[in-house]
Design a binder for this molecule. Structure first.
Ligand code: AMP
Ligand code: MG
Length: 192
């Protein structure tokens, strides 16, 4: 309820702890940038709980994206797609594309589902500091800024999600991460 209302929540994912806000509420998303001291030109990843929600936030889903979602979704793969007007500009730093991911961590997924809104979330640390793999690290950076900190022990991997731009052909690997280039190429062929 607090998330939907516009407050910040720290939550675990299978990669690192995230600092989440209602992705559809620009004022809530602005709080993330303020809390982290994150530059406004650094776009956020939108986290969803169900595959079918991709359609709400991405204009078209290329065949390669569908194949990758079948194989790696839920999981630590973030796809860059053309955004719909539902995604506020503050989330994507004014870009026409949006980064979308469906986490596999059960608490992350329950939280998104219960909130009833997609959650924009970068890592739960002050900009420039390491991404937290324990709630206590997030607490040190964000106490007094996030309304809730959900402690579920260690995040599973500590390795961030892989970011792949599927608006390009061949797709572009923007950030290496938990899903490797080789794993992706096995499913869709060449990636640059
Ligand atoms: P973080 O949430 O800290 O892992 O950061 C997310 C990263 O995703 C950003 O720093 C960008 O590198 C990348 N990203 C998110 N959205 C976009 C986008 N629309 N275009 C390009 N890169 C993006
Ligand atoms: Mg980060």
């Amino acid at each position: 309820h607090d998330l939907k209302k516009g407050e910040l929540v720290v939550f675990p994912t299978e990669t690192v702890y995230g600092l989440g806000a209602n992705a559809l509420n620009p004022k809530a998303v602005e709080k993330i940038f303020k809390a982290k001291g994150r530059p406004k030109d650094n776009p956020l990843i939108v986290h969803i709980a169900q595959k079918k929600d991709v359609k709400k936030f991405a204009k078209k889903i290329p065949a390669v994206a569908k194949k990758l979602m079948r194989r790696f979704c839920p999981g630590p793969l973030t796809l860059l797609l053309q955004k719909t007007i539902r995604v506020p500009a503050v989330v994507t730093a004014g870009l026409p594309t949006v980064a979308i991911r469906m986490p596999s961590h059960p608490i992350a997924r329950s939280l998104i589902q219960l909130a009833g809104v997609p959650i924009a979330a970068p890592s739960a640390n002050i900009a420039g500091k390491p991404s937290p793999t324990h709630a206590v690290h997030a607490f040190e950076d964000l106490v007094g800024k996030a309304t809730w900190i959900i402690d579920s022990g260690s995040a599973w991997s500590g390795v961030e999600s892989t970011i792949l731009d599927v608006t390009h052909d061949p797709p572009l690997l923007l950030r290496p991460g938990a899903v490797t280039k080789e794993q992706i190429e096995k499913v869709i062929g060449r990636v640059d």
